[in-house]
Design a protein around this ligand. Structure first.
Ligand code: ATP
Length: 357
């Protein structure tokens, strides 16, 4: 089983620490997604794996081989970037075959391999075209083809779909996932798009300021976020986070928006955070209402409507299913949520495990 492993890897540029103490493993069946806001260190991690940057400290292993001293050209890493980086004067055939030419493979082998890859990526009709004669999706497939020509040991994708329109992006996500699965190569995929992360990865690594916030399955990072950063970064619209305190196992929102009995005895606390996802809040009958508010604005997105309300200068939201009638802006509404759907975080924003659920 082929495996890439990073152990306590850090990288500083001058005095600035771009990544700090990063450790994770990627196995051959994994599509590991690095997700986080701009500047959190995603590209730096890929560049260190590819050998284009030297870590300030820490180790990189491919299986049991220490990669730190192995030059980039000998690591055999397949990389795919946002801007395709195709050679404009070469045909599709020449672009895909280029790494094999550089590697001094014989012509017959190159022809066989390029044709095999072109079939795999549905480019066999385009082999004589130049990149400018191709659509964005086809160009990205050529870039994929070039990346797999040398049967790489690992695959690195750096926001490869950012230049494509929304529909093509969705199709290409599936193509990339299928390709990685078929080739069984440890794959790392960088994105700042959390939907892309959840749909493509089986292992998600959420980063902030060069540090790992959580490693988990899509289900883990969505349903059991390790802290308030992950809770609000993963999921759209973002999780509502209410600040408050706990007295006798009752959460009191700080500005008296609501109180809720917690399902387990929990220590009194002066400051902590309660999270509720927008899809877990709903318009309630007078009898069920937990919090009263006023509709501030809404966004109609076809299959549902996102309704926003304001409380002490902050916006919160909930999802109104398509079949429900929409309240008007300015209308008074009563909302409720199930205690089973809440997330609790301590004063440092770290998840408090409510082991009942
Ligand atoms: P984005 O999503 O915007 O591409 P990212 O998560 O990929 O961002 P990196 O490009 O890895 O982030 O950058 C991480 C931090 O390291 C940033 O603060 C960046 O300015 C800094 N950095 C990256 N490369 C260099 C460099 N060669 N010299 C100095 N600072 C750098």
């Amino acid at each position: 089983m082929n495996k890439l492993k990073l152990v306590e890897v850090s990288k500083s540029f001058g005095g600035h620490r771009a990544i700090n103490n990063i450790s994770f493993e990627v196995e051959e069946e994994d599509i590991c997604v690095l997700v986080g806001p701009s500047g959190c260190g995603k590209t730096t991690i890929l560049r260190i794996i590819a050998g284009l940057e030297t870590p300030t400290s820490g180790k990189i292993f491919y299986n049991n081989e220490l990669w730190n001293e192995i030059p980039p050209g000998e690591r055999n890493v397949g990389m795919v970037f946002q801007n395709y980086a195709l050679y404009p004067h070469m045909t599709v055939y020449e672009n895909i075959g280029f790494p094999l030419v550089i590697n001094k493979q014989d012509k017959k082998f190159i022809a066989q391999r390029v044709i095999e890859i072109a079939k795999l990526l549905n480019l066999d009709e385009k082999l004589n075209k130049k990149p400018k004669e191709l659509s964005g999706g086809e160009r990205q497939r050529v870039a994929l083809g070039r990346a797999i020509a040398r049967r790489p040991k690992i695959f690195l994708f750096d926001e490869p779909l950012s230049n494509l329109d929304a529909k093509l992006r969705v199709n290409m996500r599936t193509e990339i996932v299928n390709l990685c699965r078929a080739l069984r190569i440890p794959s790392i995929y960088v994105t700042h798009d959390q939907i892309e992360a959840l749909t493509m990865g089986n292992k998600i690594i959420v980063l902030k300021d060069g540090e790992i916030q959580q490693i988990g399955s899509p289900n883990d990072v969505y349903n059991k976020p390790a802290n308030t950063f992950v809770a609000t970064f993963i999921g759209l619209p973002q999780m509502n986070i209410f600040k408050g305190r706990i007295i006798n196992s009752v959460f009191h929102e700080e500005n008296s928006l609501f109180t809720i009995n917690l399902p387990l005895p929990i220590e009194n606390s002066e400051e902590l955070f309660l999270g509720v996802r927008p899809e877990d809040l709903f318009i309630a009958s007078e009898y069920e209402t937990m919090l009263k508010t006023v509709v501030k604005t809404y966004e109609f997105v076809g299959y549902e409507t996102i309704i926003y309300f304001e409380h002490y200068g902050r916006l919160f939201s909930f999802i109104l299913p398509k079949e429900k009638s929409r309240p008007k802006i300015g209308e008074n509404i009563g909302l409720s949520f199930d205690v089973k759907s809440i997330h609790l975080f301590d004063s440092n924003g770290r998840r408090i495990v409510l082991s009942l659920y």
